[in-house]
Design a protein around this ligand. Structure first.
Ligand code: HEC
Length: 194
């Protein structure tokens, strides 16, 4: 029986096959209608499913699309920071925290990062006259010589922010934060000498 059907198919003449092909092609093409959206044969490729980054879904290994960092681990280039985001933490950092990279301070690198992230408010010389200040988009940016600051307190403020100034811990790694702290102190020294 199966043999017979196969045999029948193979016996179709070439012109019949060509005709069948055109009939199928024509019927597919006639589905198109410019007045409304066209057919989507594989809709998932046009409209992908929007998964929440940290949403929980069965289809991903571990049940989540983006995995949270493993417990008790820390990203490369980061280390634990022992001072709290409080006034006491600020005072302790100001008094005790010193630059572990003081041997390799590179003010040119500090300036490069400072000019990107800080100068917009603090100004390239640290006078508190950055673009956002002169245009009154932010208020209360101090000149570095108007405050009692140490390398440790600057690091602390970069790490946690202070009042209207936000944290820059995510924009720079630990070493860069220290390079910038050293550079801020050099700006402050230049300002106090004048
Ligand atoms: C959006 C504007 C803005 C940017 C950008 C900014 N700051 Fe500030 N910064 C402020 C303001 C406002 C204050 C005053 C905060 C206060 O004491 O109320 C401040 C204060 C400070 C102080 C003095 C803190 C103290 O101990 O009294 C330091 C040091 C400082 N910023 C360093 C930096 C560094 C370094 C960067 C770049 C990583 C930076 N800031 C980026 C707005 C900014």
């Amino acid at each position: 029986m199966i043999y017979k059907t196969l045999n029948f198919k193979t016996r179709l003449k070439r012109p019949t096959k060509v005709l069948a092909f055109f009939l199928v092609a024509l019927s597919l093409a006639s589905c198109q209608k410019n007045s409304r959206p066209n057919y989507q044969y594989m809709p998932n490729m046009y409209t992908s499913v929007g998964y929440e980054t940290y949403g929980e879904y069965d289809i991903f290994a571990g049940g989540q699309e983006a995995m949270a960092p493993a417990d008790n681990t820390i990203a490369r280039g980061h280390s634990l920071y022992g001072y709290e985001n409080t006034n006491e933490g600020y005072d302790l950092a100001k008094a005790n925290l010193t630059n572990p990279y003081s041997e390799t301070v590179d003010l040119a690198r500090g300036k490069a990062v400072y000019d990107i992230y800080c100068a917009i408010c603090h100004g390239t010389q640290g006078k508190g006259d950055g673009y956002l200040m002169t245009n009154e988009k932010i208020l209360g940016v101090p000149s570095y010589d108007a405050r009692v600051i140490t390398e440790g307190s600057v690091y602390h403020v970069i790490y946690f922010g202070k009042n209207t100034m936000g944290s820059y811990a995510n924009q720079m790694n630990e070493e860069e934060r220290w390079q910038v702290s050293a550079y801020v102190m050099s700006l402050r020294d230049a300002l106090t000498q004048n």
